[in-house]
Design a protein. Structure first.
Length: 231
């Protein structure tokens, strides 16, 4: 596996982990992800499975099991909005990719509180050096946009699992913003959660790639887009 793939998986795991713990205090909230869960473990997070599918010889892409699984897309689970149709336009301009990076459907792991999710990735590429000691991993920018069924994720900032969160209104709907830190990569994170007519929507952002952009401002913009598009 290349250093680039390891870094991306770290970011993914991180994002998944924060949402679970930050939103619900579910099992596996000890952190965002690790190489297999690096993207699924955080200081306040839900963790995904972190499993990867076998790769043919010469294949440089890593596929998380559950990606492209249409049995967990928005229509299949009855979600009132499609996380994959939030699109990069919901994100502040400086963090959007310059190339065409499509969001990927992500199936929930055994301990994840959401029913369907989509992963947005604009992480930096690793710098590969002849001497492995000089190789530098790219900084992560991972956002996991999710929808959870009623009762699965609380949007109440007064809930015990949401200590440190700030009550926030998104398009007239109640919710919260909760800052955090990726326990693996030490990058800033922020979770946004909004109460919808059916269930809750939200996003968890891991942002090491754009240190000049406040991570919670990114989470707020995306959560606002969810709230404005959904009853």
């Amino acid at each position: 596996m290349t250093t680039t793939n390891t870094t991306v998986r770290l970011g993914i795991a991180v994002a998944v982990g924060l949402l679970a713990a930050a939103c619900t205090g579910l099992p596996g909230s000890s952190g965002p992800p690790s190489p297999s869960t690096a993207a699924d473990s955080t200081s306040s997070s839900p963790a995904g499975t972190g499993r990867t599918a076998p790769k043919p010889a010469g294949d440089t892409k890593t596929i998380v099991l559950g990606d492209l699984d249409t049995s967990v897309d928005a229509a299949a689970v009855g979600a009132p909005f499609d996380p994959c149709k939030i699109e990069w336009s919901a994100f502040p301009g400086p963090v959007r990719p310059v190339d065409d990076r499509k969001p990927l459907l992500r199936a929930p792991g055994a301990n994840d509180p959401f029913a369907t999710a989509c992963r947005f990735d604009n992480s930096e590429k690793a710098v590969i050096a002849k001497d492995p000691k000089d190789t530098k991993p790219g900084r992560n920018f991972i956002a996991l946009v999710v929808w959870a069924k009623p009762g699965a994720i609380s949007a109440d900032p007064n809930s015990p699992e949401h200590q440190g969160s700030t009550p926030t209104t998104f398009a007239g709907k109640p919710g919260l913003l909760k800052p955090g830190t990726n326990t693996e990569s030490k990058e800033p994170m922020c979770t946004g959660i909004v109460a919808l007519a059916t269930g809750t929507g939200g996003v968890v952002v891991t942002n090491g790639a754009f240190p000049d952009i406040d991570t919670c401002s990114i989470a707020k913009a995306v959560t606002e887009a969810i709230a404005s598009k959904t009853p």
